[in-house]
Design a protein around this ligand. Structure first.
Ligand code: GRF
Length: 191
């Protein structure tokens, strides 16, 4: 069975949906590690509740990105991780991890890329007044939300949407789509 590491910085609702899919038998993988760059993030509590080990670090305690990515890499190797899933990890991945996990790192982004990359994609779409936005899952490269697209799903922006109601529907879409796409990747290109 493939062993995945999830990288997250925040609330971890996508972390939870992936773990729940494993528990329901819909995703044939083991979530073997949480990597978190924000001590105190709620996702850490979620990992504890699920008995999933975590590597938590503060980037400011390291000289540079390469230094903390070397530590992450040691953890990944010690736990035989096959595949990295970014779920709200608010940092660019550097060459240390990209080279070691070439084509084995994916990310989810709450817009139809290449529209609205970067921070607050939902707010960006809302303010732009688009009528359709959505969710993108893509391979990770050195850029900001730029790697090859794997899957997308559209979400309509309704006339009476607020930023919050739009966010709720986009997140519900993420929670459904991400586990499905991970399962598909693990059973095809990663098999
Ligand atoms: C998600 O909207 C994801 O698309 C983006 O960051 C958010 C993370 O949310 N990259 P959560 O921590 O999984 O709740």
């Amino acid at each position: 069975m493939k062993r995945i590491a999830i990288f997250a910085s925040g609330s971890g609702s996508n972390f939870q949906s992936i773990v729940d899919s494993v528990k329901k038998g819909q995703l044939d993988a083991e979530v073997a590690l949480l990597v978190c760059d924000k001590p105190g993030a709620f996702v850490i509590e979620r990992a504890q509740n699920e008995n999933i080990p975590s590597f938590i670090f503060s980037p400011r305690n390291y000289e540079d990105k390469a230094a903390f990515e070397r530590e992450i890499l040691k953890e990944l190797q010690a736990r035989d991780i096959d595949f990295i899933v970014l779920a709200g990890y608010m940092r660019l991945i550097g060459p240390t991890l990209l080279q070691a996990f070439s084509n084995r790192i994916v990310n989810i982004h709450p817009s139809l890329l290449p529209a609205f990359p970067g921070k607050d994609a939902i707010g960006q779409a809302f303010r732009a007044g688009v009528k359709v936005t959505g969710v993108t899952i893509h391979y990770v490269d050195e850029g900001m939300d730029t790697g090859p697209i794997i899957a997308q799903r559209a979400v309509d922006v309704l006339d009476d949407d607020s930023r919050e109601t739009l966010q709720q529907r986009i997140q519900a879409c993420e929670h459904e789509l991400y586990p499905l796409v991970i399962q598909k990747l693990l059973s095809t290109v990663m098999a």
